[in-house]
Design a protein around this ligand. Sequence first.
Ligand code: NAG
Length: 161
Amino acid sequence: MALTKFHLLAFICLVSSIALVTSIDTFSIQGRVYCDTCRAGFETNITEYIPGAKVRVECTHFLTNKVEHSNEGVTDSSGSYKITVSNDHADEICEVVLVESPQENCMEIEKGRDRAQVLLANDGGISGNTRHANSLGFLRNEPLPFCAQLLQEYFGQGEED
Ligand SMILES: *[C@@H]1O[C@H](CO)[C@@H](O)[C@H](O)[C@H]1NC(C)=O
C-alpha cells in the first residue's frame, strides 16, 4: 500500500515536471519604434516609425537587480522589431529599452518612452508566446510645422467631450 502511494506520488512528480519543462519555451517580443515628430510625448497621426533602430531586451533579477539576460534587435522597414528570448523569466523583470536611432534628426531619448516592460513568464495569465511591448519613441529635434495645429485639434476635441 505504501509502495503504491509512493509510486503514484513519483508518477505525479514526473508528469508535472514534464508539464513544467514543456511549458517553458521561447518568447517572441514584438513592438515598434517611432519618431515623436511633434515632441508630444505620445504617438500622433503624423508619427513616423523608424527602420534600423536598435533595441535591447533586458531581464533583471527581482532580488539581485543584476541583468541576467540581454538580447538585441533591430527594427525593419516598418519600424517593427521582433526579439526572441528563450527560457522562463519568472524571477526577472524584463524590459525592452531603446539603444540607438539611425536618424540624425530623431535620436533624442524620450523619458518614459524609452523602455517598456514585458512579462516573460508562463504563469502570468497571458497565453501564447508572443508579447507585445508598448511602442518606444525617440524625440525629433524640431517638431514638424503642422504639429501646433494638430495638437490644438487633439486637445480642443478633448475639452468638448
Ligand atoms: C491628422 O489628424 C489631423 C486632426 O484630426 C488632421 O487634420 C490631419 O489631416 C491628419 N493628418 C494625417 C496625415 O492623417
